[in-house]
Design a protein around this ligand. Structure first.
Ligand code: FE2
Length: 398
């Protein structure tokens, strides 16, 4: 990887993107001290020295993770998986201890005063304390499951794309999609090889790689692209760039090195791919930032009265893509929410804050989009309710 790639500095864009983390970090550091005081009160026999030591370790871990969120941190250590794991442990511990504190607080404020009614207090209290313990520990158990189990539950997800008037020679065409690899400490060669095998097993006509090859400047981009060389598709392997290629400032470098590995990145470009007597028009755009008009440079790539497919890393462009006339948009970016929390029949996740197209197939005015969950992770190396996937799209004439 070239050395002159640098990360974005501490600018307004960074502050806007990481507003929630920057707000949460000092709160989570404070929560560590609250836990120390709480435990000291609950277990008066526990050696105060040990408790203080545990408190200092917890504050240190969470503070380290917070500092590692700053843009220059990846340059400080270079590519160092143990440091990445330490950072993840800090973020994970911060989230788990914060969630557990909220559960505990809710118990003390609202539940405990209403349930400790004599004469059943003794037995009832025992049951309720067990429930309280389970509820307080639930965030840790869920995060552990997402980190060590679900994150590795790779699957090939098939989706039929039904298109009215699809040319006969495009009927049955198979498109494999790989996206959001985030190759590095938490998504290794072995993981990527497995995903590539899943894509190749579908014997696709086209394979599409829709951005976020890595997460940050120091991640091993060359290694990632080298592994992607194993992708096989009869009509080629095509791709577009994601937001993390911007964060890592490696757009040109990634495009060049990808082409050397047989992966053609489309950057505001289109290609005509011939199948028998029909042509599939494929175009790709770089990540489309919020706050600017979407797909401004894409409209002229569209071929009227033909079948047009757009590769866009972020799916929130779908409204504009449909209005412009793209028959199918293929996207990723959301990781399917990555960590989904089910509440009262509703799914809560971070992706919902910035797009209504979080995962799967959507249709609007006869135009369609498929949003893949992708493979890797950002922030926490954990997936809950969003297992990693290789997407297999089949075009069907109706
Ligand atoms: Fe991503």
């Amino acid at each position: 990887m070239e050395d002159d790639r640098v990360e974005t500095g501490l600018n307004m864009d960074f502050l806007r993107r990481h507003f929630l983390e920057l707000l949460a970090a000092p709160l989570l550091v404070w929560v560590q001290w609250l836990w120390v005081r709480r435990l000291a009160a609950a277990f008066p026999g526990f050696p105060p020295r040990l408790l203080r030591l545990a408190g200092v370790a917890a504050v240190g871990l969470v503070s380290f993770a917070a500092l590692m969120l700053l843009p220059w941190s990846s340059r400080l250590f270079g590519y160092a998986p143990p440091v990445e794991w330490l950072k993840a442990a800090g973020i994970g511990w911060g989230v788990v201890s914060g969630a557990a504190w909220m559960v505990d607080l809710a118990w003390r404020r609202w539940l405990a005063p209403r349930t400790m009614v004599p004469p059943l207090a003794g037995r009832r209290q025992l049951l309720l304390q067990a429930g309280r313990l389970a509820a307080t520990g639930a965030p840790a158990m869920a995060l552990g499951y997402g980190t060590f189990v679900e994150r590795f539950r790779f699957r090939a997800v098939e989706q039929k794309i039904r298109v009215k008037g699809l040319p006969k020679d495009l009927d049955g065409l198979r498109l494999a999609q790989i996206t959001d690899i985030h190759f590095g400490a938490f998504f290794t060669r072995r993981d990527l090889d497995y995903a590539v095998d899943l894509a190749n097993a579908a014997n696709p006509h086209l394979t599409l790689v829709t951005g976020d090859f890595i997460s940050v400047h120091s991640d091993p981009l060359d290694d990632c692209l080298e592994r992607l060389r194993r992708l096989r598709a009869s009509a080629g392997v095509w791709g577009c760039l994601g937001n993390h290629e911007i964060v890592a400032r490696c757009e040109d470098y990634a495009t060049l090195r990808a082409s050397e590995q047989g992966l053609r990145i489309l950057r505001g470009e289109r290609a005509a791919v011939r199948f028998g007597n029909a042509t599939l028009h494929l175009a790709g755009v770089d990540y489309q930032p919020k706050g600017r008009p979407y797909l401004k440079a894409a409209a002229h790539l569209l071929q009227p009265l033909q079948f047009n497919v757009l590769l866009s890393h972020n799916p929130d462009v779908f409204g504009v893509a449909a209005a412009q006339g793209w028959d199918l948009t293929v996207a990723g970016h959301t990781h399917g929410g990555q960590i989904n929390v089910e509440m009262l029949g509703m799914r809560a996740n971070v992706a919902r804050f910035y797009t209504p197209y979080v995962y799967g197939h959507y249709e609007k005015e006869g135009r369609q989009i498929y949003v893949s969950r992708g493979l890797g992770t950002v922030g926490l190396p954990s997936r809950i309710g969003a297992p990693p996937e290789v997407s297999l799209l089949t075009l069907c004439a109706t």
